[in-house]
Design a binder for this molecule. Sequence first.
Ligand code: SAM
Length: 294
Amino acid sequence: MTLKELHDLTVNMLTAAEVEDSRFDTDCLFEDILKADKTALVLRGNAEVPELDADRLMLAAEKRCGGTPLQYILGEWEFFGRPFYVGEGVLIPRPDTEVLIEKVLEHFSAAGNSAPEICDLCSGSGCIAVTLKKELPKATVHAVELSSEAMPYLIKNIGRHNAGVKIIKGDVTDGRLLENFSDPDDVGEFRKIDCIVSNPPYVTDKEMTELSREVRREPEMALCGGADGLKFYRVISCLWSEILKGGGLIAFEIGFEQGEAVMEILEKNGYENVSVYQDYAGRDRVVTGIKKNG
Ligand SMILES: C[S@@+](CC[C@H](N)C(=O)[O-])C[C@H]1O[C@@H](n2cnc3c(N)ncnc32)[C@H](O)[C@@H]1O
């Protein structure tokens, strides 16, 4: 079969399987597996594809038709201009989360602080923690994650980018994790840090039943935020406030209908200048607040 014939066949297979953007996905699979981009299709469209390569491509196309996310098949995905390993067991980094990164970077740029201490809660692939460390090389960055399935990706992504992020494995709702921030000079007290950032699970129980087949392949633990989706915002803004400096930043990614509710949670838990920001589609996506002094 020629390159062009194989391309047409793959687009048709994916379209028949109701893959949303069948041509884009086909192009990505061709680039990844056959190292053939759009130019190659024009220049070498009539060249025969070796049987083994065609088989590998078909295998990947079948997985995609069965609902496996494209990113899991490729094994990596780009976030804030850097590639991150992804696969079964870890959430795929989303472009919307880049708004969260931008808001944290803007805050520290305005504050003139190039060496903040930051804790990324619910770190998953580590896309937030690693990106912040790469963008603020003098920062100290901690990444907290509970999932044993996500952990290998977090470790590999930190290594891939030589990011020097410190990993804490554990449950962000468990107060004992704060002991990682015990003050060595003041027994019983915590060291205070500059920023808590988190993209926690925020899908409501009802929304969990309505997810697309691709999103359903991502770990439930990365998505489900309880009955109203707000469980993690309540716990994190209260519990982790213990280790945040007065004047320190808390920054959350939110579901686009959760802006008001999360702002209210922050205001109730001692934060001021609480603000909501929109993603590239104009929907509420990030809420930030500043911990009140005293
Ligand atoms: C929405 S994902 C975000 C992943 C990553 N930060 C990102 O933005 O792509 C939420 C992450 O929280 C983790 N998680 C869920 N419950 C947790 C808990 N109780 N403690 C720590 N991590 C948890 C999940 O395993 C998942 O990796």
